[in-house]
Write a protein of this length. Structure first.
Length: 256
């Protein structure tokens, strides 16, 4: 698998690829160079779709930094107008106070599983851009599944703001689509949002020894039968792979 990933990355470096649905060399897509491949990719997808779902590997600073770096271009060039986050809805007042400058980010109660210094930088970047931040998660315990709760909150917001494009950043498991479980399992957040024009991107942590993250579409030619570590750890049917559950992937370099 490592050899296959390295081949994919080298292909991006030296050959034209489809980025954001446009046939361009990676060095020129959307005016970004290779170091900005992830920003270029996310901007392209956000231009085409109403809702961009970006999976996180909690505590992985690389994916947080990718999002924080891409946010200015996503707002300016793709018209993104709202950021949905995996924070309990009960914290919306604190988030609003943070966005208005009344409190600092530490005043928002965020799950220890989710929060980290790099995650908080994403929130700070959103505030700098005056991008509304909407909490969508449930308190535990919840009368319904967390995915259903989060889906209802995103759906309600989008119904009230019919012209808004948004980004959802949640744990990678929540953005997988149509997972076929080997044991009883419910729909994901992505499944609850399928009524919208969505694009789901998952991270692959420690994918290779490359020094740069690389983003690409999950196409059958490259990814049939391929399972990232998250899918391998989940109790799913044998036929489930990246091709059946995600639209795009970001290969993350190994943490040094």
């Amino acid at each position: 698998m490592t050899r296959q990933l390295r081949f994919l990355i080298l292909g991006l470096m030296f050959f034209p690829v489809l980025l954001g649905g446009r046939g361009m060399a990676v060095t020129s897509a959307h005016g970004f160079d290779l170091a900005d491949n992830t920003t270029s990719y996310l901007v392209g997808k956000a231009r085409e779709k109403r809702l961009l779902l970006i999976g996180l590997h909690h505590r992985n600073a690389i994916i947080h930094n990718i999002i924080a770096s891409a946010l200015p271009s996503l707002v300016k060039d793709a018209g993104v107008k709202v950021l949905f986050v995996e924070i309990p809805c009960t914290q919306q007042k604190a988030i609003d106070d943070f966005s208005s400058g009344k409190i600092e980010v530490e005043g928002i109660r965020i799950s220890e599983i989710v929060t980290s210094p790099s995650y908080r930088e994403v929130l700070k970047q959103a505030r700098n851009l005056k991008l509304p931040i909407i909490a969508i998660d449930a308190e535990v315990p919840s009368p319904v599944s967390r995915d259903e709760w989060m889906g209802k909150n995103v759906n309600t917001y989008l119904q009230k703001h019919s012209d808004v494009k948004g980004i959802v950043i949640v744990g990678a498991r929540h953005v997988l689509k149509g997972v076929e479980w080997a044991c009883p399992g419910g729909p994901s957040l992505a499944d609850y949002l399928k009524g919208h024009d969505i694009f789901s991107v998952v991270p692959w942590p420690d994918a290779d020894d490359t020094t740069l993250p690389v983003a690409m579409d999950v196409c059958p030619v490259r990814f049939t039968g391929v399972k990232m570590p998250l899918l391998k750890a989940m109790n799913v049917q044998p036929q489930v792979s990246l091709v059946t559950t995600a639209d795009g992937i970001i290969l993350l370099p190994k943490v040094q």
